[in-house]
Ligand binder design. Structure first.
Ligand code: ATP
Length: 258
């Protein structure tokens, strides 16, 4: 259960369905986020993006369909078990511990990974230190490491959350609106960090409303509407697709709009 296996993995959804009452929030979605690629999920409000994300991460159980991580069926595994298998996520709503330092917030991600790998054998504090330091450096947060997280602005907290996810050294990273609240400089840094992670073999899947960022980063875009994937492919082609325009009420967001 705790063996992480190969360093890279593909995340796959096959026929995923999730209903709330009479509504299918996700109505049979097939999606693939391959290693070394940035995959984006776009769609108007209520399209089902967050629900699909929750199904992939394990915080919501699909009513039908399967979720595969590196070929392994994880549909019935809890979210924390998926984390140990190398699936990390960040949230739309920032969730940090305000009284803990920036570094200790990041360390939580490293602890989760090493707790899984060293069950019953105590903590591997040195390995946790190394993963924490590496993640802080990757996001340029070393200078703020000792500061209370609660004192930091939203833009920094987004980076802290991302660093926490990376401290667990995931194979697949789910990002829910990672650029929300970031300024231009931070967004630029985020973009280059995400590209670097993909270049080193990580599979990234992001939900993002910032179409410029999607156009800059994504290798493949899935557009959702009414719980279904209405288009999939390179960003420019997907945004030009008439079904995507219809999903946005006639005018898909254009690069430069946001
Ligand atoms: P947004 O961009 O606004 O976050 P979204 O594309 O992420 O939207 P979802 O939040 O997944 O869309 O919602 C899809 C549909 O499922 C909506 O009709 C929503 O009202 C419904 N829904 C989502 N979560 C629940 C829930 N817990 N209970 C009932 N209905 C829900």
């Amino acid at each position: 259960m705790n063996r992480v296996g190969p360093r890279t993995a593909r995340l796959t959804a096959r026929g995923v369905v999730r209903r709330y009452g009479g509504i299918a929030a996700v109505a049979g979605v097939d999606l693939s986020a391959p290693p070394g690629r940035i995959t984006a999920l776009i769609g108007p409000n209520g399209a089902g993006k967050s629900t699909l994300f929750d199904c992939l991460a394990g915080t919501v159980r699909p009513d039908a369909g399967r979720v595969l991580l590196g070929g392994r069926d994880v549909t019935r595994l809890a979210a924390h078990t998926r984390v140990r298998l190398g699936l990390a996520r960040t949230f739309q709503q920032i969730a940090v511990f305000p009284t803990l330092s920036v570094a200790d917030n990041v360390r939580i991600g490293a602890e989760q990974r090493h707790r899984g790998r060293h069950q019953g054998r105590g903590r591997d504090v040195r390995a946790e230190d190394a993963d924490t330091a590496r993640a802080l450096a990757l996001l340029g947060l070393q200078r703020l490491a000792a500061q209370p997280a609660g004192d930091q602005p939203t833009g920094v907290l987004r980076l802290v959350e991302l660093a926490r996810a990376l401290a667990g050294r995931p194979r697949v990273l789910l990002l829910d609106e990672p650029a929300a609240g970031l300024d231009t400089v931070q967004t630029g840094r985020l973009a280059s960090v995400l590209r670097g992670l993909a270049d080193r073999g990580m599979a990234l899947l992001l939900v993002e409303h910032d179409v410029d960022l999607v156009a800059e980063l994504a290798d493949t875009v899935y557009a959702m509407a009414d719980g279904q994937v209405v288009a999939c492919g390179p960003t420019a082609a997907v945004l030009a697709d008439a079904r995507v325009a219809r999903a946005w009420g006639g005018a898909a967001p254009e690069v430069g709009d946001t």
